[in-house]
Write a protein that binds this ligand. Structure first.
Ligand SMILES: *[C@@H]1O[C@H](CO)[C@@H](O)[C@H](O)[C@H]1NC(C)=O
Ligand SMILES: *[C@@H]1O[C@H](CO)[C@@H](O)[C@H](O)[C@H]1NC(C)=O
Ligand SMILES: *[C@@H]1O[C@H](CO)[C@@H](O)[C@H](O)[C@H]1NC(C)=O
Length: 326
């Protein structure tokens, strides 16, 4: 019975996805700047760049939001960063397609491409080295953008709860937790259906831990972007290792990304136990350059309290500002 219900809801989801896919793929990115004109710039530093008559002393910051969210919902998070930087930075949130809907029903490869276009068409990000902050699925998109988008100069990459190691079994979902519901719905045996892979973004980083060969064969996003395929892409590694720093935040009580260690590239082994990055072939053979980055002190793994998307001023003050003022 439950299974039947699941199948029914799945078809509903596919219909919804198909009717929207056409619409959202034609659409583009747009930028959301929240009219945050800086009210001051620090005099302790030299001017880095000037934009619209304002001298900026710190590198600009681009933001990417998570699944089932949009730039408007990220505004509070952007505000916190801007305030902690004393309103001296240039920021933009890059919105992909139709906001919330596109985060779920647009193929992630297209989402990454649109993020790349959006950043390249910005007058500041296209000419200045900048910092990139991604939340949740936006963290994964941010990393994939660094790897694949030629011609951008990203200094520091900062991700909050980004499912870098994929997501596995869905945990208990709150009624309002749409992404969690979707993960639950498309969990085996549907997740690697071609149609689902094309239409449901989270399916593209779903990693069924006891079917890794299926995942490698069928998943259209994560295995490639993680350089897990036989054919490694040297350019992904080169671009990622060009970062000054890659800081990954994991929430202690993350109820959305499972396993939560995915935020640090943790994955599950075939019996469902956690395998940390350093114990993976990924790291040991340096497929993505994470070992190279790690050995030169350019990665950091930071655990922060709370559930998915929980953030406080002191976290930003302590762990984000130091990277942004460099
Ligand atoms: C913001 O201003 C406070 C108070 O003047 C100062 O202590 C702090 O270092 C400033 N932060 C930045 C990022 O400039
Ligand atoms: C999987 O991980 C668990 C927990 O770390 C460990 O006890 C177990 O031996 C691992 N299983 C395999 C097959 O590697
Ligand atoms: C990395 O950091 C550690 C501890 O702070 C330090 O001992 C080491 O020299 C650093 N390595 C490099 C390559 O900077």
């Amino acid at each position: 019975m439950i299974r039947l219900l699941k199948i029914q809801s799945l078809f509903l989801l596919i219909q919804l996805g198909l009717s929207q896919a056409h619409f959202s793929l034609k659409s583009h990115y747009h930028k959301v700047s929240f009219n945050k004109k800086p009210i001051s710039t620090s005099k302790q530093h030299e001017t880095l760049f000037t934009h619209e008559g304002i001298d900026y002393t710190h590198a600009p910051v681009a933001f990417l939001h998570g699944i089932n969210s949009n730039c408007q919902e990220l505004e509070g998070y952007v505000d916190t960063v801007v305030e902690q930087m004393n309103h001296t930075i240039y920021t933009q949130c890059i919105e992909i397609g139709q906001g919330k809907f596109s985060t779920i029903f647009m193929d992630l490869n297209s989402q990454v491409q649109l993020a790349c276009f959006g950043l390249k068409e910005d007058p500041v990000f296209s000419t200045q080295p900048f910092n990139l902050i991604g939340y949740s699925q936006g963290g994964l998109i941010a990393r994939a953008t660094v790897e694949t988008c030629d011609g951008l100069k990203v200094r520091n990459l900062i991700t909050f709860g980004g499912p870098h190691g994929g997501v596995s079994e869905a945990v208990k979902c709150a009624d309002t937790d749409i992404p969690c519901k979707i993960w639950d719905l498309i969990s085996k045996p549907f997740v690697y259906f071609d149609l689902i892979q094309e239409l449901v973004a989270p399916a593209e980083y779903f990693r069924v831990f006891n079917e890794i060969s299926e995942y490698i064969k069928k998943s259209v996003f994560l295995p490639r972007i993680n350089n897990e395929l036989k054919q490694k892409n040297q350019a992904y590694k080169d671009r990622l290792t060009a970062l000054e720093h890659f800081r990954m935040f994991m929430w202690t009580d993350d109820m959305v990304v499972y396993p939560k260690q995915s935020a640090w590239f943790g994955v599950l082994n075939e019996t469902g136990g956690i395998v940390n990055l350093q114990d993976q072939q990924q790291y040991q053979e340096d497929w993505l350059g994470l070992k190279t980055l790690g050995e030169s002190n350019r990665t950091s793994f930071i655990e922060i309290p709370g559930n998915h998307m929980h953030q406080t001023d002191d976290i930003i003050q302590k762990y984000v500002v130091p990277l942004l003022i460099q």
